[in-house]
Design a binder for this molecule. Structure first.
Ligand SMILES: NC(=O)c1ccc[n+]([C@@H]2O[C@H](COP(=O)([O-])OP(=O)(O)OC[C@H]3O[C@@H](n4cnc5c(N)ncnc54)[C@H](O)[C@@H]3O)[C@@H](O)[C@H]2O)c1
Length: 320
């Protein structure tokens, strides 16, 4: 995937007004691509995107005629749209908790919606890059999850991502379609207004002396900064080796909730009383950490240390 002013390649980004999508759109614009966003703004925000440089279409990925028209005009499709409600009520584990309440909606957007975009890419012979999730693995006894680890989702969200992945793989086999599945681990950074880091910062803003959290504090996650994710998505779209592959995108570093909270409060210079409820939400897993050997071998390496990324997130949070 290359671009020059004479031959500006056209890319379609579904979910481009969301957290990761808006960062990806910025990167694509900076690389000189002609970007169209398809987003229904259910959780995304138009303020996330620089209007004058992109063609923004307010619409739904389940609108087959609209998707047909947009895919036909594009050279490459990044599919990120996923219904993740715009509410602050879910705290950590946001999308997992929500998918338990609305499993049919989760399926309808996450799996059927993905199939609609995928099928139009097949019809018009366009490359399809899909942001799946580490949630497809579910609970695992392995210390580090490689792409061939068992996939046993523990939530409707994970199941719907796995369902969508199944179609992407099948379409590659049946139709020889160009596609890449990226399994993202825990992404964080500016413009993210949900999940654990945001939840902790919100709780601190409300009461800097006391933080109450679900879980035991021992849960381990692989936190990757959004700039690294965007670089990985771009790398995958650009690299022939990634075609028809499933690829983990994380840092390969395990951080417990307790360590994360420790870092945040140290950076803020406060010393609250932190308590863990010792019970968690349905579908929460103890450990979700990537083996990133595959993407590393292909030539990609995440750059951000957790402390550096956290600093950027905290600065953004303070400003907003
Ligand atoms: N954030 C993470 O830690 C993480 C981890 C793993 C995978 N992912 C995946 O990355 C992708 C982007 O996640 P995000 O964190 O940026 O979420 P987000 O909620 O910020 O972005 C999703 C975007 O999709 C749009 N959208 C939702 N339903 C739509 C529909 N029916 N039609 C058109 N647009 C629709 C929303 O308005 C929003 O702009 C998702 O596919 C998500 O599953 C994210």
């Amino acid at each position: 995937m290359s671009s020059n002013s004479k031959d500006k390649r056209k890319v379609l980004v579904t979910g481009g007004a969301g957290f990761i999508g808006s960062h990806l759109v910025m990167k694509l614009i900076n690389e000189g691509f002609n970007v169209t966003i398809l987003d229904n703004l259910s959780s995304g925000d138009k303020d996330n995107i620089p209007n004058k440089y992109v063609n923004f279409v307010n619409g739904d990925i389940r609108d087959i005629d609209l998707v047909n028209k947009l895919v036909k005009k594009s050279d490459l499709v990044f599919h990120l749209a996923e219904y993740i409600p715009q509410t602050r009520n879910y705290g950590a584990g946001h999308v997992i908790k929500y998918s338990f309440e609305r499993p049919l909606l989760e399926f309808d957007i996450g799996c059927r919606g993905t199939l609609i975009v995928l099928d139009k890419c097949r019809e018009h012979e366009k490359k399809f890059v899909y942001t799946s999730s580490a949630a497809v693995y579910g609970e695992s006894r392995r210390a580090f999850l490689s792409e061939d680890s068992p996939t046993v989702p523990s939530s409707p969200y994970g199941a719907s991502k796995l369902c969508a992945e199944t179609y992407v793989k099948l379409y590659s086999q049946l139709y020889g379609m160009s596609s890449t599945i990226l399994r993202l681990f825990n992404v964080y950074g500016p413009r993210q207004n949900k999940y654990i880091m945001y939840d902790v910062l919100r709780k601190i803003a409300k009461n800097p002396r006391k933080i109450e959290l679900l879980g035991s504090g021992q849960e381990e996650r692989d936190f990757i900064f959004v700039n690294d994710i965007v670089d990985a998505i771009f790398f995958a779209a650009n690299n022939q080796k990634c075609n028809k592959e499933i690829i983990n995108v994380g840092t390969g570093i395990a951080t417990s909730t307790k360590e994360l909270i420790g870092l945040i409060i140290e950076m803020l210079g406060i010393s609250p009383d932190v308590t863990f409820a010792q019970t968690s939400w349905k579908g929460d897993v103890k450990k979700l950490v990537a083996d990133i050997g595959k993407i590393r071998k292909m030539g990609f390496e995440p750059k951000y240390l957790l402390t550096d990324g956290l600093r950027e997130l905290i600065n953004w949070y303070k400003k907003n």
